[in-house]
Write a protein that binds this ligand. Structure first.
Ligand code: PEP
Ligand code: MN
Length: 349
């Protein structure tokens, strides 16, 4: 159950509602919002209708939502399909990307930011096609400590500069709380990667930055767990802005595909949550030749967007070159996806 307070509810009214909830042997958890506070009622409610009666008469209460899912804020019952708009003003001009509704949003760029030349080339090409979000990691989570770990702050600076030059938004991974403020300063969207998707302190920290968060599904994570991880972020965000990303899961498959593509999760998630759901074909498959067919399938299956690794010279890439399209391969796929989107009455941006 979630108690939605009126916009003008004061601290005393909020305190009184919390006291009433505690008086019923339950725990109130205050959730900040952009314009109003919500109070999440946690604990076993014996009779929801009786509780509704007790709380709804309290001063300052706007509405009471009974949500059966354990993830309250991420649930479709919390709010219907809202459009999520993310924007930045670059040189006086607003650059905006929209998720949900009839819009499908593309995010593309290299796995890792490697040099000024590389990221500028990618940004120039992609922006000319109409891609509005540039991806690139400055802090890379690598299985081996001897592999390229990313350029750190220098990488963030290069990518921000490239994004500004070509009027793009920038999504990049936040690996830990230590670099949180730095990443939040440069990014328009903060990525939490598969390895950190249940690092609850990091999830809360990402929520506190106030930036939109792209949350990737872990390779051994249930759908419910993914939504509960999103809940950690949402419970800290005033403006609720979380995008879920499917990037493949681990199964008994071994070698032919880096991970198993979990496209069935798209329609399942779309039935459960109002959050946009996007698809990463690169980490899902690990092989560039599989990226076009699985992307086609994801689009037909209802994805709200894509995150695709694209590199000006994949053969020379320091990370994930085997699963990166070169720029002209990306262009071909982008055009195909545009056509498919139109067939579905949608628009790829
Ligand atoms: C990435 O996007 O480069 C990445 C490391 O992805 P994942 O967390 O899905 O492995
Ligand atoms: Mn990668």
């Amino acid at each position: 159950m979630i108690v939605v307070m009126k916009k003008e509810a004061n601290e005393e009214e909020i305190r009184q509602v919390k006291e009433k909830i505690e008086g019923e042997g339950l725990s109130p958890i205050e959730v900040p919002g952009e314009t109003r506070v919500c109070i999440n009622v946690s604990g076993k409610v014996a009779d929801k209708e009786i509780l509704r009666g007790i709380i709804s008469s309290q001063p300052g209460v706007q509405d009471i939502k009974i949500i059966s899912d354990p993830y309250k804020l991420a649930s479709l019952e919390y709010q219907g399909k809202e459009k999520l708009k993310i924007s930045r003003t670059i040189n006086g001009e607003k650059v905006e990307v929209v998720f949900n509704g009839s819009e499908i949003s593309m995010m593309a760029g290299p796995c890792a930011i490697e040099s000024e030349e590389q990221i500028f080339k990618a940004a120039e090409y992609l922006s000319k096609l109409g891609v509005k979000v540039l991806r690139g990691g400055a802090y890379k989570p690598r299985s081996s400590p001897y592999d390229f770990q990313g350029l750190g702050k220098r990488g963030l600076e290069m990518a921000r500069e490239a994004a500004n030059t070509y009027r793009m938004l920038f999504v990049t991974e936040m690996l830990n709380v230590t670099t949180m403020d730095l990443v939040a300063e440069y990014a328009d969207i903060i990525q939490i990667g598969a390895r950190n998707c249940q690092n609850f302190d990091l999830l809360k920290a990402a929520g506190q930055t106030g930036k939109p968060v792209l949350l990737k599904r872990g390779w051994a994570m249930e759908i419910k767990e993914l939504l509960l991880s999103a809940e950690y972020i949402l419970s800290m965000q005033r403006k609720k802005q979380v995008i879920l990303c499917l990037r493949g899961i681990r199964t008994f498959e071994n070698g032919d595909s880096r991970n198993t593509v979990d496209l069935g999760s798209i329609p399942i998630l779309l039935q459960k949550t109002w959050l946009p759901v996007i698809f990463d074909p690169s980490h899902s498959t690990g092989r560039k030749e599989l990226i076009p067919p699985v992307s086609h399938m994801a689009l037909v299956g209802g994805t709200n967007g894509f995150l695709i690794e694209t590199h000006p010279n994949p053969e020379k890439a320091l990370v994930d070159g085997q699963q990166s399209l070169n720029l002209s391969e990306f262009e071909l796929l982008y055009e195909e996806l545009k056509t498919l989107a139109e067939l579905k009455g949608k628009q790829l941006n």
